[in-house]
Design a protein around this ligand. Structure first.
Ligand SMILES: [Zn+2]
Length: 304
């Protein structure tokens, strides 16, 4: 497995630091640390979590990781929690109520395990079922809740659209947002991979709500941080790209294409070389099989 062990800071000021700790771009995780506390936003894949923990230790030294804040329950964001629990005994996993429900379901855990296995194969790494460990959620948070990290506090924003369980974390003091994938994801910080799996409309509402916050540091899932004007530009591009994908689906459907044909059209236009690094083909198809029928149901069928 070719992995990146270098730890670097995405953001640093006198009160806080946000560091890159993921060994693989497909495995989403950002480390926020203050003088008093440390929290990992998302825990990435399970099969590379031990490498990630080495990176966390490189930042924190002997200090503990206090919490994992999950943006949602997908396997590329929430699978590393069990390995982290083994390394940090008092660690608390924080997520939305819906994410807690999903992460307690044996059927969901078996899908998570299976997807880790197939991603591990893709990266030439090893993974077996027992490696997942305990992925359960300890603390449930809701829209507007505050998470105390000592000198810095985070506000929870419920942001359904990518999944029902999506939440984002906003740091008012420096207008920093660590976003869930209802914004979309990106491999390069420019192109947007739309992520609306359960609702196009909710995703658009969320992005429009973000634009009003005048974000100065935007953490984009699977990419890293954008600063200044690039934040609003990314959000506007996310809105345009999402609308264009919605239109592609609606037009294809109205022309009589099947869901399978629409998914292939979607893949040809949106799943470019760039995206392979953050989303394996299997995950693309699993997502598209939700997204395409959802858009037809949400955008076409009510009008008929
Ligand atoms: Zn996801």
């Amino acid at each position: 497995m070719s992995i990146n062990r270098t730890v670097s800071d995405y953001y640093k000021d006198e009160l806080m630091r946000i560091s890159k700790v993921t060994p693989l771009a497909g495995s989403s995780a950002f480390l926020i640390s203050t003088k008093q506390k440390a929290a990992l936003v998302d825990s990435g894949f399970a099969f590379c979590a031990d490498k990630m923990i080495e990176n966390i230790k490189a930042v924190l030294g002997g200090r503990p990781l206090d919490s994992i804040l999950l943006t949602h329950s997908h396997y590329d964001h929430a699978s590393g929690s069990g390995r982290c629990r083994l390394a940090y005994k008092d660690l608390k996993v924080v997520a939305s109520e819906y994410a807690a429900k999903i992460l307690s379901k044996p059927s969901a855990l078996s899908v998570i395990s299976e997807l880790n296995q197939s991603a591990a194969e893709q990266y030439g790494a090893k993974f077996s079922e027992g490696d997942l460990g305990d992925l359960s959620v300890d603390i449930i948070v809701r829209d507007g809740d505050t998470i105390d990290l000592g000198d810095v506090s985070l506000r929870v924003l419920e942001a359904p659209g990518h999944t029902k369980c999506c939440i984002s974390f906003y740091i008012p003091r420096n207008k920093t947002l660590i976003s869930c994938e209802s914004l979309g994801a990106s491999a390069d910080g420019y192109s947007v991979a739309p992520g609306f799996l359960v609702s196009y409309k909710s995703s658009v509402n969320y992005i429009e709500r973000l634009l009003e916050l005048n974000i100065e540091n935007l953490f984009v899932p699977h990419f890293g941080v954008l600063r200044g004007e690039a934040c609003a530009e990314f959000m506007k591009r996310a809105l345009k790209t999402s609308e264009a994908l919605k239109d592609l689906i609606v037009n294809d459907y109205l022309q009589g294409k099947t869901v399978e044909e629409i998914i292939e059209h979607y893949k040809d236009v949106y799943y470019n070389g760039n995206l392979h690094s953050i989303q394996p083909p299997r995950a693309f198809y699993m997502n598209a099989e939700h997204l395409v029928p959802m858009v037809i149901k949400e955008m076409v069928l009510p009008a008929n």
